[in-house]
Design a protein around this ligand. Structure first.
Ligand code: NAD
Length: 408
C-alpha cells in the first residue's frame, strides 16, 4: 500500500493513490517538505491514516486525522472518496428527483449532521468533510449507506473532492463560547483558510457555495431587531472576536468570490439554534440549562439573566437552509426565530419542562456578551416564504428527550 507512495518520494508535488476498503485516499503533499526525515514522518502518518480507514454500513469512512504536515501552514491533504455519478447521469437523474452532489463541511457536527440527513432524504448525494474537533461520527452513523460518504479532514488545509460537485456547503467551525477560549486559532483558521479553500473548490467545480454565517456578525447590536442591512457592533480584539471576525471575514471572502469570480453564493446568518445532537457539555445556554436541570445541578445564569436571545429549533433552521439554497438570493439572510426570551425566562421554562428542582445561581457576565438578539425575518418571510414553526416549549421537550437518552 505504501510502496506506491514511497516510490514518489522527492517529487516536487507528490500524489499518492492508495486503496482502502471501498474507496481510496488521495494525498497531494507539499513538495518542499518532501525531504529527509520530515517526509518519512509524512509517510508513516499517512500509513496510519490509511490503515485506520474503515467502511461502515456500506458507506465510506476515510480518515486522515493523523496525516499532518510538519508545518501546518503549508499542509495540504485531500481525499478521494470516489467521483460519484457522472454529470450526465446526474443531469438525467435530476429531471426525475432533483438530485445534486453536495459537499458539506462540518457534516459530523450538530447542524451539519441534520443538514446531511435532510439532503440525503431529498435524494442528494452527500460528501461530508469534518475533522471531528467538535463533531462526532455518532451523529452521522445512521447515514452511512448509499448516497452518503464521510471523510475525516481539516478544511483549513487544502480541500479537493474529485468528480463533479454541484454544491459546497461550508458549516465547519466550532461555534460554542467555550471553544472561543479553548481553540481560538483553529476558529480563525477555519473561518479564513477553510472558507478560502472551500470557495476554491466551488469555483473549480462551478458549484453553488453556501456559507453558514451567524448572528454574531451583529456583535452586541445597537439596532433591534437585527435586519441584514445592519453592519454590527463587534469588538475585534475581545475573546469573542475570534469567532465574530472569522465569520465577518468569511462573508467578505464569499462576496468577493461572488463579485470577482461569479461564484453563485448563499449566506445564512444563523441565530441561536438548539435541538438533538447538541453536545451536552458545549456551554451553550439551552444544552447547559437542560443538562444541569436533568442532573439536578444548579442552573448557572451569566449576569442577572435579563439579556435576551431568540432560540430556533433545528428542524426549522435546516428547512430555512434548504429554502435559501434553492433560492437565487446572493446576499445574507437571517434564519432564526423572532420570539424573544430573556435568559432568566429560558431557565424557568427548562425547569418547568424537565420538572427539575434545580435552583438558579448567577455567575459574572462574560466579556462582550450581547445584551439582546432577535432576527428581523422580513426577508426570510417575504423572499423565501419561510417561517419558524416550532415553539420554544415544544423544542425544549424534544431536546430534553434526546439528552435523557444520552445521559441515561
Ligand atoms: N448552532 C448555532 O446556534 C449556530 C449559530 C450560528 C452559527 N452557527 C454556525 O453553524 C455551523 C455549525 O455549527 P454547530 O452548532 O453545528 O457546531 P458544531 O461544533 O456542532 O459543528 C461544527 C462542525 O465543524 C467541524 N469542524 C470544525 N473545524 C473544522 C475544520 N477545520 N475542518 C473540518 N471540520 C471542522 C467540527 O468537528 C463540527 O463537526 C458553524 O459554522 C457555526 O458557526 C451555528
Amino acid at each position: 500500500m505504501v510502496t506506491e507512495l514511497e516510490r514518489t518520494l522527492g517529487d516536487e508535488y507528490t500524489h499518492a493513490n492508495v486503496d482502502i476498503s471501498g474507496g481510496h485516499v488521495f494525498a497531494p503533499i507539499g513538495g518542499h517538505h518532501s525531504q529527509g526525515h520530515q517526509f518519512t514522518r509524512h509517510v508513516s502518518a499517512f500509513r496510519r491514516a490509511t490503515e485506520r480507514a474503515i467502511t461502515l454500513r456500506g458507506g465510506v469512512f476515510a480518515t486522515g486525522h493523523d496525516f499532518k504536515a510538519v508545518d501546518s501552514h503549508e499542509a495540504s491533504a485531500g481525499f478521494d472518496i470516489g467521483t460519484g455519478p457522472s454529470r450526465q447521469a446526474r443531469r438525467t437523474h435530476r429531471t426525475l428527483v432533483d438530485m445534486a452532489r453536495v459537499v458539506v463541511t462540518g457534516g459530523a457536527g450538530f447542524l451539519g449532521s441534520h443538514l446531511c440527513r435532510a439532503l440525503v432524504e431529498r435524494g442528494d448525494q452527500v460528501v461530508a468533510l469534518d475533522n471531528l474537533v467538535t463533531g462526532s461520527v455518532t451523529n452521522i452513523e445512521e447515514l452511512f449507506g448509499a448516497g452518503f460518504t464521510f471523510v475525516e479532514h481539516d478544511v483549513s488545509n487544502y480541500v479537493w473532492v474529485p468528480g463533479p460537485v454541484d454544491v459546497v456547503m461550508h458549516l465547519a467551525s466550532p461555534a460554542s463560547p467555550i471553544d472561543f477560549e479553548r481553540i481560538p486559532i483553529q476558529i480563525l483558521k477555519v473561518g479564513g483558510l477553510g472558507t478560502h479553500n472551500t470557495l476554491g473548490l466551488a469555483l473549480e467545480k462551478q458549484a453553488k457555495f453556501f456559507l453558514a454565517s451567524t448572528s454574531e456578525v451583529y456583535g452586541d447590536p445597537l439596532v433591534h431587531p437585527q435586519p441584514e442591512e445592519y453592519w454590527g457592533n463587534v469588538n475585534p480584539i475581545g475573546p469573542r472576536g475570534v469567532y465574530d471576525e472569522a465569520k465577518r471575514y468569511a462573508e467578505a471572502m464569499t462576496m468577493a468570490y461572488h463579485r470577482h469570480h461569479g461564484v453563485d453564493v448563499r449566506i445564512v446568518r444563523i441565530f441561536n439554534t438548539y435541538g438533538p445532537r447538541m453536545r451536552p457539555d458545549d456551554g451553550r445556554a439551552v444544552s447547559n440549562f437542560l443538562v444541569q436541570a436533568m442532573r439536578g445541578e444548579p442552573i448557572t445564569i451569566f449576569g442577572d439573566g435579563s439579556q435576551s436571545r431568540s432560540f430556533t429549533y433545528v428542524d426549522d433552521e435546516i428547512r430555512g437552509f434548504l429554502a435559501l439554497l434553492d433560492s437565487d438570493l446572493n446576499t445574507p439572510i437571517n434564519i432564526g426565530n423572532d420570539n424573544e426570551f430573556t435568559i432568566a425566562q429560558l431557565a424557568e421554562l427548562v425547569i418547568d419542562v424537565t420538572g427539575s428542582s434545580s435552583e438558579i445561581v448567577h455567575l459574572p457576565l462574560p466579556v462582550d456578551d450581547p445584551t439582546q438578539r432577535k432576527p428581523d425575518l422580513t426577508k426570510a418571510r417575504t423572499l423565501l416564504g419561510w417561517e419558524p414553526t416550532v415553539q420554544l416549549r415544544e423544542g425544549l421537550e424534544r431536546t430534553a428527550e434526546y439528552f435523557s437518552s444520552l445521559l441515561g
